[in-house]
Design a protein around this ligand. Structure first.
Ligand SMILES: CCCCCCCCCC(=O)SCCNC(=O)CCNC(=O)[C@H](O)C(C)(C)COP(=O)(O)OP(=O)(O)OC[C@H]1O[C@@H](n2cnc3c(N)ncnc32)[C@H](O)[C@@H]1OP(=O)(O)O
Length: 249
């Protein structure tokens, strides 16, 4: 079991350089830009669903920002060759274990009914719609998040716990890219202005510092034009060994 988990976490450490992941970074076909896109049901497809790709529930602002960052994932040189751009789209599956292998490995170690919290609601657009992009050089990660109607807290606005979940998701993914397997030790959140249900927001994560096992990250949630600050946060992640999860923390 420890050997399998070891392989898994080595997968996490190569999170941003997997061949399967690279293959998914190219521009999506033109029809992804359309609101009328048709997605095959997952049981008809041999590949697990990548939730970071647009679906028909995405509104114009979500799609616009997706296109903005996605267009910077691959650039064309003067010679006409394609090469990696400054941003990388991060694929997203309904089990966190799938991140380790670009979606192909389903562990039998951890109960098979387990699902990633943010990716387990069948109705598209009902809850967490998001896509993450990473900028390795700038040590920044950006989440584009469209909040669905099931995430209501105060009337007409997003629940604070759902906002915390998304901050933990963006900063946790960012910390994993920077430091390998980590767990959230501390998450400190200031809620500055409510987020209307159905709206799209930007979640920007940046590395503050790394000290030994500790990765300190700052995060802010803003309107998509950055004019309105919704939430500010700092987070501490601690690098962990496989054995930490095996012995139940
Ligand atoms: C790619 C995947 C995509 C998925 C993204 C989603 C990301 C979601 C991430 C999560 O939500 S993880 C789940 C929520 N977190 C947990 O359940 C963690 C529960 N806590 C633990 O398991 C342990 O407390 C922890 C691993 C965080 C730390 O235990 P350790 O035994 O490894 O550390 P230790 O207690 O020895 O402390 C090490 C250092 O960290 C410091 N430290 C530990 N906890 C701290 C804390 N909470 N605040 C500040 N400092 C802390 C501690 O003081 C010490 O500092 P010094 O080395 O300077 O003395």
């Amino acid at each position: 079991m420890a050997g399998s988990l070891g392989r898994l976490f080595r997968g996490f450490q190569s999170f941003t350089s997997l061949p399967a992941t690279r293959a998914q970074l190219s521009h999506p076909p033109a029809f992804f830009s359309s609101r009328t896109m048709v997605t095959l049901p997952s049981f008809l497809s041999s590949k697990p669903r990548d939730f970071s790709l647009p679906n028909s529930s995405w509104g114009p602002e979500m799609l616009r920002l997706y296109e903005l960052y996605n267009s910077q994932c691959e650039v064309e040189t003067e010679g006409g060759e394609k090469q990696e751009g400054s941003w990388q789209r991060l694929p997203s599956y309904n089990r966190s274990l799938k991140f380790a292998t670009g979606g192909v490995y389903l562990s039998k170690i951890i109960q098979s009914k387990a699902r990633l919290f943010t990716r387990n609601i069948r109705e598209q657009g009902a809850a967490f719609e998001y896509v993450l992009f990473n900028n390795k050089e700038e040590q920044r990660c950006v989440g584009i998040f469209q909040a669905g109607h099931l995430l209501e807290g105060p009337p007409g606005h997003v629940h604070g716990g759902a906002i915390a979940t998304m901050i933990d998701t963006v900063t946790g993914t960012h910390a994993t890219i920077l430091s390998g397997p980590v767990m959230t030790a501390n998450l400190n959140i200031n809620y500055r202005s409510p987020i209307p249900l159905g709206s799209t927001v930007l979640i920007e994560s940046s590395l503050d510092t790394k000290e030994g096992r500790k990765t300190f990250i700052s995060c802010k949630v803003t309107s998509t034009d950055s004019s309105k600050l919704h939430t500010e946060s700092t987070a501490l992640f601690l690098s962990i060994n496989v054995s930490h999860l095996l012995r139940g923390g």
